[in-house]
Every structure is written in structure tokens, then in C-alpha cells.
Design a protein around this ligand. Sequence first.
Ligand SMILES: [Cu+2]
Length: 216
Amino acid sequence: MNKHFRWLLLLLPLIALPACDYSQQEAPVVPRSMSVTLKIHHLHMLINHSLQMAAQGADMNLMGIKHGPDMLDKASDLLNRAMSGPEMANMHKAGATDSALMKMTHDLAAKASELIVVMKTLSPDTANKQSYFMLNHSIEVAATGNTLIMQGQQGMAGDVDLVMVNHGQTMLGEASGLLHDVEMTGAYKDLVTEVVSMLIGIPEMPISQNKSTAGS
Ligand SMILES: [Cu+2]
């Protein structure tokens, strides 16, 4: 056996050890100075990801791909986990209930879960499939744009932050362009339009809010 390869085998358990240890630890203690706004923005990003998964699941339902329902269930699970987990409960216990951003996040989650319920009813028999594909793509694009902007706003990556924010804005523009081009009218389009307009509005930036919300 090659000498170096033997060394590698010996080292493997050592490399794995810290990872195992970490998984048995309690959740990391959140510093008191952590911005509540930043935490809500991250929960908001999880909602965005849930919407991205849901849009893909809805497309799969329309195409009759068997993973569609599973994907939509996972999207619902993630949404519930983000909104009903101990992290959100702790923020509410600490009195972070009244902020505009908290309200917006709850409104978005409620509307997203309403949309996912309807997405679960889509099937290859659904009429106007092309319009549904465009609407689902609009959701996906808007959710991605929203996340890019919030990540760029965190000020973690110097001059790249602006690239993130700018591209996020481009994607939000793309999402509303897609909506505009969909000729189909009705409940599904209305619901998608409401979710997309919520994703276009991001009222508070973590950086500018850090001072006012720190320690709360
Ligand atoms: Cu909340």
C-alpha cells in the first residue's frame, strides 16, 4: 500500500471527529448583538428557497413527473420549519413581533403556503400549462432575486455585494416582466402576482437597521 495513502486512512477518523462532535452540540449561542433584522432576513431566505422548491414541484406536477408531490411536501415542510421553529418563537418572546419586516415575513409565508396548496392540485390535466410554467418561473426568479439582494445587503463581500444586489434587482424585473407577459387570468395568476409583489418589496436593510435593532 502506498505510504501516503496509509497516512490518509489514519487521518480520516480525525477529520471526521470534529464534525461528529459538532452534531451533538446544542445549537450555537446567538450573540446578544445579533441583529433581529438579519435573523428575519435569513428566515425570509428560507421561505424564498421553499418557494423555489415549490415552483419546481408545481412544474413537475404539470408534467406528470412523480417527484412533484414529494417536492411540494418538502417545500411545505421547510416553510413550516422556518416559521414555526424555536428561533422565530424566541424572537417573538423577545418582543420582536411588531416590526414591519416581521409582519412582512409572516404575510409572505402565509401567502406562500396558500400558493403551495394550489400548486399541489396541478396535474398534466391542467389547462393553459404554458401560462402556469411562466407563472412558476416568475415565482422562482423573484425568490432568487430577493435572496440575492438580501445577501448583498449584508455587506459581507465588499465590492461583490453591489453585483449581488444589482443582479437581484434585474431578476425581480424579470419576474414582473414574465407576469406581464402571461395572458391567462384567474386565481392562480392573482396568487402568484401577490407573492411576487411581496418579493419585490424589501423594506429594511440589515446594515442600516443593525444599530436600531441590535440587542433586541
Ligand atoms: Cu415572527
